[in-house]
Design a protein. Structure first.
Length: 297
C-alpha cells in the first residue's frame, strides 16, 4: 500500500518538474527575443505588447469563466501591476545591454529579496542560516556584477538586481492578496491593469513595429502567458523546495541561446556567482519562506 501511495505522490511532482523545465526554456527564449529586439523596440514598448498579447491569450478564460473577475481588491491590483511592469522593464533593459547569462543569474536573487522583505514587512524571523543565505546571495550577485571588470555593464546588471527586488515586492503583495483572490483572478487582473499602465510610457517611446518585430513581440507575449500558466500549475501541485532547483535551468538554457544567437560565452564569474546564489536560494527555500509563493512571470 505504501508503494502505491508513493507512486501516486510522484506523479504530480514529476508533472510539476516538467512544467518548470518547460517554463525555464520559455524564459530563456523570452530573454533572447528581447535581445533580438534591442535597439529597435524600446523596453517600454516591449512591456506594453507583452501585456497586451498576454491579455489576448487569456480572453477565452474570461469569457468562459466571467466570475474570475470577481475580486476582493481594487487599488492593490493597479499597484501590483505597476510594480510588475517596472520589474519587467528593468529586466528588458538588462537583457538588451548586458550578457544574457549574467542578467539571468542576477534574476535568481528574487528569493533573497523575498526573504528580506518577509522579515521587514511580515515580521518573519531570520535564523542564522537565513542571515548567512542573505549575505551569500548578495555576495554572489556582486561577483557577477563585478564593477571593475564589466566595462560599464554594471549599470545594466544593477537594473536586473532592481528588477529582482521589485519582483520580490510583487510576490509579497501576492502572499497577502491570495487570501481573498484565486490565482486565476490575480493573473487576470494583473494583465487587465498592466495594459493601460504600460501604454502611457510606451507612447513616449513609440515606434511602430515592422512585421518581423511584431511577430517577435507576439511570440514573446504568447511565451509569457504560457510561462505564467506552467509556473502557476507547478506551484499548485508541488512545494517550492522541489521546484526551485529545476527553475535554475533557465541559466544553462539562456547561456546556450546566447552562445548560439549572439556568440556570448558565460565567464567563470557568472557560473561562480550563480552557484552561490543557487546555494543561498536553497537555504531560503529549505527554511520554508517560499512554500506558499504564488507564481507570476
Amino acid at each position: 500500500m505504501a508503494a502505491i501511495v508513493n507512486h501516486q505522490g510522484e506523479r504530480p511532482t514529476a508533472m510539476a518538474l516538467c512544467c518548470v523545465a518547460t517554463a525555464a526554456a520559455l524564459a530563456a527564449a523570452d530573454a533572447a527575443v528581447v535581445r533580438l529586439l534591442a535597439g529597435e523596440v524600446h523596453a517600454f514598448v516591449i512591456g506594453f505588447f507583452r501585456s497586451l498579447f498576454g491579455l489576448v491569450t487569456i480572453v477565452p478564460l474570461i469569457v468562459a469563466r466571467p466570475r474570475v473577475l470577481k475580486s476582493g481588491y481594487r487599488l492593490q491590483h493597479a499597484t501590483r501591476a505597476a510594480l510588475k511592469l517596472a520589474a519587467l522593464v528593468c529586466f528588458f533593459m538588462a537583457f538588451a545591454a548586458a550578457p544574457l547569462a549574467d542578467a539571468m543569474a542576477i534574476m535568481f536573487t528574487t528569493p533573497i529579496f523575498l526573504m528580506l522583505g518577509a522579515w521587514l514587512w511580515l515580521g518573519e524571523k531570520l535564523t542564522p542560516g537565513l542571515i548567512f543565505a542573505l549575505v551569500a546571495g548578495f555576495a554572489g550577485a556582486l561577483i557577477i556584477i563585478d564593477p571593475a571588470g564589466h566595462g560599464g555593464m554594471e549599470v545594466a546588471l544593477l537594473l536586473a538586481l532592481a528588477g529582482a527586488a521589485l519582483q520580490a515586492l510583487v510576490q509579497l503583495m501576492l502572499k497577502r492578496m491570495s487570501d481573498l483572490d484565486s490565482t486565476e483572478t490575480l493573473v487576470v487582473w494583473n494583465l487587465i491593469a498592466t495594459v493601460p499602465l504600460a501604454a502611457v510610457p510606451a507612447a513616449f517611446y513609440w515606434t511602430t513595429p515592422d512585421l518581423r518585430e511584431f511577430a517577435l513581440l507576439a511570440l514573446q507575449g504568447a511565451m509569457g502567458a504560457a510561462n505564467m500558466a506552467l509556473m502557476t500549475k507547478a506551484f499548485s501541485i508541488a512545494d517550492a523546495s522541489q521546484i526551485a532547483p529545476m527553475d535554475f535551468l533557465r541559466l544553462p538554457f539562456v547561456a546556450v541561446m546566447a552562445w548560439i544567437l549572439f556568440g556570448e560565452v558565460a565567464g567563470l564569474s557568472t557560473w561562480l556567482g550563480a552557484a552561490i546564489i543557487f546555494a543561498a536560494t536553497m537555504i531560503v527555500v529549505g527554511g520554508g519562506r517560499l512554500k506558499r509563493r504564488v507564481a507570476e512571470d
